[in-house]
Write a protein that binds this ligand. Structure first.
Ligand code: ATP
Ligand code: MG
Length: 138
């Protein structure tokens, strides 16, 4: 099992001023930052990143939202990183997210849900490689 995951602080959380608080939670949960950037993706790039969801009814809404403003992208390291990070962020729908999770605290809706977390080791690698080259990892 890999010990890395990939995350984005999504445009809603950036716009609402939650970058600092979310990074603090990531740090307090014991994740080490391998790579990080403040950037913005185009509609086309968002479409590629979320290609796995292209048949879902919310695909257009999702890709428009993810390209609507800047995000923070990062590769994180910790034992059991993928599963532990998904525990930290909580359920996709903030109404169902556990108390104290990032989405419970900062998400506003199922679509605008503050953070992304990879769902498998394989996707963590694909997603990290989408944003970062070797020289951007420490
Ligand atoms: P993410 O992949 O962003 O970490 P997730 O793995 O919890 O989230 P997915 O099922 O992969 O959830 O959905 C990807 C994203 O698509 C969600 O985070 C959310 O922004 C959006 N989304 C999912 N379901 C819906 C829905 N029913 N309506 C609107 N947007 C949705
Ligand atoms: Mg997902």
């Amino acid at each position: 099992m890999s010990n890395r995951t990939f995350t984005m602080i999504k445009p809603d959380a950036v716009k609402n001023g939650h970058i600092g608080n979310i990074l603090q939670m990531i740090n307090a949960a014991g994740f080490r930052i391998i790579a990080m950037k403040y950037t913005r993706i185009s509609l086309e790039q968002a479409g590629k990143f979320y290609e796995v969801h292209s048949a879902r009814p919310f695909y257009g809404e999702l890709t428009e939202f993810m390209s609507s403003g800047p995000i923070v992208a990062a590769i994180l390291e910790k034992d059991n990183a993928v599963a532990d990070f998904r525990t930290l962020i909580g359920a996709t729908n903030p109404a169902e997210a556990a108390e104290g999770t990032v989405r419970k605290l900062y998400a506003t809706s199922i679509g605008e849900n503050a953070v992304h977390g990879s769902d498998s080791d394989e996707n963590a690698k694909i997603e990290g490689d989408f944003f970062f080259n070797g020289l951007e990892r420490f």
